[in-house]
Write a protein that binds this ligand. Sequence first.
Ligand SMILES: Cc1cc2nc3c(=O)[nH]c(=O)nc-3n(C[C@H](O)[C@H](O)[C@H](O)COP(=O)(O)O)c2cc1C
Length: 184
Amino acid sequence: MDIDVCIRGRRSVRAYTQERVAKEQIETILEAGTWAPTGMNRQPWRFIVIEDKQLIKLVSDETKELVKKAMPPLATQLNTSEDVICYDAPMLILICTEKDPQWAQINLLDCVLAAQNMFLKAYEYGLGTCYMGFVQFLNSKPEVLRRLGMPENYDIQVPFIIGHPKDRQDNGIRQKPNIYKWIK
Ligand SMILES: Cc1cc2nc3c(=O)[nH]c(=O)nc-3n(C[C@H](O)[C@H](O)[C@H](O)COP(=O)(O)O)c2cc1C
């Protein structure tokens, strides 16, 4: 796929079918992540791929409670039995790194760059993705992280959902004028 089509076409998808995502596609998407640049080429990541719907529900339920406590204005929106966190997606991927205060910021940047590679590769396959920022709240719940197969002393840097989109996404809007300054 042409790179401009990919960059402009990718949108955050919040409605998925339950069709299984092919393992080979996921493996290629994970590999795309690992070609991202990393600070000092440390490639600090581990990837946890979760297809178990009960575990994804656990992530949504636990996250919902944490967000309600941390961000009370969002509580009304979150007081619903619907999965307004992971949107009933068939798969959740956690990009994780070892906890290391010295490298915390670089680790996050590395994982975010990996995620964008993965989003674009997924889009090329006709798959949808959505960054799940709230799920990072689970880093305060080691017992939940353990149930998600997180290695000891690791935490979540970038969580995202992936699957076959239910609908075609619109084109998105990018219309912030005057964001360039060109100094010659
Ligand atoms: C750091 C970050 C955290 C995000 N967290 C969430 C989230 O928790 N839930 C959600 O539905 N979308 C989340 N998003 C997706 C944004 O809402 C989305 O990227 C933005 O609205 C632009 O839309 P687009 O991705 O379709 O271009 C997140 C995006 C980023 C970059």
